[in-house]
Design a protein around this ligand. Structure first.
Ligand SMILES: [Ca+2]
Length: 521
């Protein structure tokens, strides 16, 4: 039986007068927390989530977390892009309140504000942040930090520590893993509970596979998504004017490594390779390049080819991340840390693998709005559980604080998912979720939008240089191809959702006026 000692003290019972507690005089040990987050890892590319890629590109180690813990199927992000997701996870506050609303043209994250690592550190946790940070200011609240500058590089990357910047030889996913395991080895001996944020750069664009995965999927053909050739005819202006299609936006050379002119490799990151790494790379890519330019593909055949090339590299990057997760899990097991360590696997947001003809993220549509979340917590989470409750990345900091028995500040805007993890979701759990994306004009030209979702519907408002509302019914249109906002049969739904959206904006202290204050002059 687990006894909450704080509760006994609160109701006025001194623990010392309870004889049954004598055998257990110490506070239950606080769990260690390892938060592993990759960058742009689509749930469609995790075999534990099923789907058509699961047998072709399995992730057996990430799946171990699902097997031993819980797979959460409805984790929604508040603003589907790197830096903002990271700021939300640190602060438990929506972008408009934590101040980090977009990547481009953004001022550095204000590290002086309240974050969950600071609160854990204050409560006696050893804390570390290793890998992609992407918030421009130095990390705060960590006993140890070692980060990539900006997006970082795959091969022979630079790292920044409090001592400055240096270059290391190797592949980024493997280097981050090694650094994390070294830190865990130290943390284990400190006698304190620890919290590690292990943030992989992979599988972010331009999807450069590591030396051990170069050939992994080169001869594999992946199934195409049903909406690869979406023409957006049922959608609005925002979808028709974006710049993130496999067809037009994805570049043959920089993205798909089909370099006809090698001088264009300069400053792409591939030019950081040493001669040995380059020789291994060329031995795989040279034949692909020769074959591609000989084939002279056009039209839909070219789109199909680009999709395959994209997935081959993207999934190879994920294979290295999966191996990394396995190494961490093995380390915990071998060092007798498994039982008292919570391991979380997540991505900063979801990603398109050809759905709607896209790559990248940003939208409130499923593939980028949903992010993978898998958690193992021995003795607390029932192994092999699957959960469908609407949770969000904004819930993570409060969840970590509750796991550690630290008081949750009232100004955080999420809700701890610990009860969900225990299989005891409260009856008043969230049924609606609020979203707001700001990076426009900018890369990929996805218009600014905010909106809300329920289990069945999504209401989205595109603004800034446009004023269009969209409404999707996931029950009749799970692929989100048909905007029914102006369909009279949805008028009462529309009215209801508008009302709920206003309520959510009020609840989260967001408003159209505030959104306008973030517009560029
Ligand atoms: Ca990302």
């Amino acid at each position: 039986m687990q006894i909450d000692f704080r509760f006994l003290t609160f109701i006025g019972i001194s623990t010392s007068v309870l004889p049954s507690l004598d055998a257990q005089p110490e506070r239950p040990t606080r769990p260690n927390i390892i938060y592993i987050m990759s960058d742009d890892h689509a749930y469609q590319a995790i075999s534990a989530y099923g789907g058509p890629l699961k047998d072709l590109a399995p992730t057996p180690n990430i799946d171990r977390i699902a097997r031993d813990g819980m797979r959460l199927d409805r984790c929604l992000v508040t603003n589907s892009i790197s830096g903002p997701c990271r700021a939300v996870i640190l602060t438990g506050k929506y972008s408009h309140l934590n101040g980090f609303i977009k990547n481009e043209g953004q001022s550095p994250f204000d590290g002086s504000q309240q974050t969950f690592p600071k609160l854990l550190q204050k409560a006696g946790y050893s804390t570390a942040m290793i890998g992609k940070w992407h918030l421009m200011s130095d990390p705060t609240g960590f006993d140890h930090w070692e980060i990539l500058p900006g997006q970082g590089n795959y091969y022979n990357p630079d790292f920044i520590t409090s001592d400055g910047r240096h270059t290391e030889n190797g592949y980024v996913t493997e280097l981050i893993t090694e650094k994390c395991i070294n830190w865990l080895r130290e943390a284990k001996t400190s006698g304190k509970p620890f919290m590690l944020m292990m943030h992989h750069k992979a599988p972010h664009r331009e999807w450069e596979p590591g030396p051990n995965e170069l050939t992994l999927y080169k001869n594999v053909t992946f199934p195409e998504p049903a909406t690869l050739f979406d023409d957006y005819s049922g959608m609005g202006k925002a979808e028709k004017t974006q710049d993130m299609t496999i067809s037009k936006t994805m570049r043959l050379e920089e993205d798909l490594k089909l370099y006809k002119d090698r001088s264009r490799m300069k400053n792409t990151g591939l030019d950081r390779m040493n001669s040995e790494q380059m020789a291994a790379w060329d031995s795989v890519y040279d034949p692909i390049i020769r074959q591609f330019y000989k084939s002279d593909l056009t039209g839909n055949d070219l789109i199909r080819y680009k999709y395959q090339r994209y997935l081959q590299d993207y999934l190879a990057c994920i294979a290295a991340v999966d191996k990394s997760v396995g190494e961490v899990l093995d380390f915990l097991k071998e060092n007798d840390l498994e039982k008292n360590t919570v391991v979380i696997y997540a991505s900063d947001q979801g990603f398109y693998l050809g759905e709607h003809g896209w790559f990248d993220k940003r939208w409130m549509f499923e593939q980028s709005y949903r992010t993978p979340l898998l958690i193992q917590w021995p003795g607390v989470i029932k192994p092999g559980s699957i959960n469908n409750d609407m949770v969000s990345n904004i819930d993570l900091p409060e969840t970590f604080l509750e796991m550690a028995g630290v008081e949750i500040p009232t100004d955080m805007q999420g809700r701890s998912i610990v009860p969900v993890l225990k299989g005891k979701t409260p009856s008043n759990w969230r049924k609606e979720h609020y979203y707001h994306y700001y990076e426009y004009p900018g890369s990929h030209m996805v218009k600014r939008h905010y909106g809300m979702s329920t289990e069945r519907y999504k209401l989205i408002h595109y603004y800034y240089d446009i004023d269009e509302w969209e409404l999707y019914d996931l029950k009749s249109d799970p692929q989100e191809l048909k905007n029914v906002y102006n369909d009279p049969s949805y008028s009462s739904v529309r009215k209801y959702l508008h009302k709920r959206l206003s309520g959510l904006m009020k609840k989260y202290k967001d408003s159209e006026e505030l959104a306008r204050s973030f517009l560029p002059n």
